[in-house]
Design a protein around this ligand. Structure first.
Ligand SMILES: [Zn+2]
Length: 96
């Protein structure tokens, strides 16, 4: 059984639900604004410390996902830079 918890959305600061996946390495969020998204813990931390612009752009991208999709948000690093990578995935194909 999934252990669903509540937390402020990592992207838009409204109340959202999530549960841990991948042994706690990722969170699968369900936000009324940002729809469903899978975010790795590293990316959540990065976004919490990033500029408003990065957070808002990521939120906007997630908000435009289709009903059968979820946004997969991760961190890509090209030394010494890191950036947020977001892409859509069919929810049916995600193992969440
Ligand atoms: Zn949100």
């Amino acid at each position: 059984m999934l252990d669903t918890r509540e937390q402020i959305c990592a992207l838009c600061n409204s109340k959202a639900k999530f549960y841990f996946v991948d042994h706690g390495d990722k969170k699968y969020f369900d936000c009324t604004n940002c729809k469903r998204y899978l975010i790795c813990i590293d990316a959540e931390h990065y976004i919490s410390e990033a500029t408003e612009e990065i957070r808002i752009n990521t939120a906007r991208y997630a908000q435009e996902s289709a009903d059968d999709e979820a946004t997969v948000i991760s961190i890509e690093s090209v030394t010494p830079y890191k950036h947020v990578a977001a892409k859509y995935a069919k929810r049916a194909e995600l193992n969440v």
